[in-house]
Design a protein around this ligand. Sequence first.
Ligand SMILES: [Fe+2]
Ligand SMILES: [Fe+2]
Ligand SMILES: [Fe+2]
Length: 421
Amino acid sequence: MYYSNRYFSNLYDLVVCMTNAVDLISNEVANHHHQVAYLAYNFAEKLELPIEQKQTLVLSALLHDIGALSLNDRLELIEEEPFTAENHALIGAKLLSDFPLFSDVANVIKFHHIPWDYGKGRLCGGEKVSMLSHILHISDRIAVQVNDKKNIISQIDKIRENIKSRRNTIFMPELVDAFLDICDTESLWLDLIYQPMVSNIPNDLYLEAIKLTLDQVVDLTKIFSRIIDFRSPFTAMHSAGVAAAAEKLAELSGFSKDECKMMRIAGNLHDIGKLAIPQNILEKQDKLEPAEFDIIRGHSFYTYRLLKPIRGFEIITQWAAYHHEKLNGHGYPFHLKADSLSLGSRIMAVADIFTAITEDRPYRKGMSDEKTAAVLSQMVENGSISSSIFSLLMNNYKDIYNIRKESAEKAVEEYSKIVSI
Ligand SMILES: [Fe+2]
Ligand SMILES: [Fe+2]
Ligand SMILES: [Fe+2]
């Protein structure tokens, strides 16, 4: 892992933010990643694994199902071990492997549904399957058996017998033995379902000591933006386009190099709260019903809540989460007015609208330059967006348009690689 004295944030805060975001996809699987991480941590303790392996295991557990992008995929995973399980594991590994600090994590995730099969599960397609993948597997299969609505302690016997019956076929024998040693401890199970649970991983793993530089946060959030966008082909390039347009507008506004990178990070994450919005609403082509629009209005609130706890993200949170606020106070969800909206937040609002109306969607072409100018100038007139940012955009239109387009095209290319896995 990477340690530096000059850092911007830390890896753990960012991973937990993504875990919480992915778990917003459905109430039925809420806390799944935290539960699996907690169980995996207890296996690692029991087996006295070295600290680096414990860190890798817990980070892998917190992100293990990020390759399951739609709600249906997620629900399938909490039921029986699905036939398609390997697909989401491969997608998750592929998405994460682009971040150098995650090379081990990606490998653990890649094989988190491989059965032990009397030792054949040591390998998969010629590649070595780490014991950490097998720990993740058994932790995942234990977590899915927990019924949050019934008394947890009354469920221990059934879960113990179920895991025992799959010793050597599905699970590595020494992991089943380790589980049998720890499973009668009531506190293990009570911790697992304790609410409000954010993370039950104790500080002794020193995960917060894994610091990230600003450049590393840019790279990591680019991966997160793919997880946010690739849920639907309708939005597969949106965050990439917003991030590129916002960064360029920031540069033209005289922001420092570091501030421009922060703007890119905010663009990458501005719609992270959209993971809480059902896919059928995100993909609806007709006009939204009022009740559906009420649901949409929650998304930038969730962006705010998800980003706020990240240390070092005080300014980025505002730039990202205020992208639907309007200078006249008619935006959402905070109804902020001009005096509370910084230049960075104003830039993000313009970058988001500009990107949304000019990008092509599978069901429509992006707006023409003239129409875009007309729509935005109307918004300046009614006091929604900043007139100076609007002028900046108009004066550099071709440049910003091309930057946005290139970045969207790259994202679409990556999207087709991922979905063809
Ligand atoms: Fe999985
Ligand atoms: Fe899972
Ligand atoms: Fe949005």
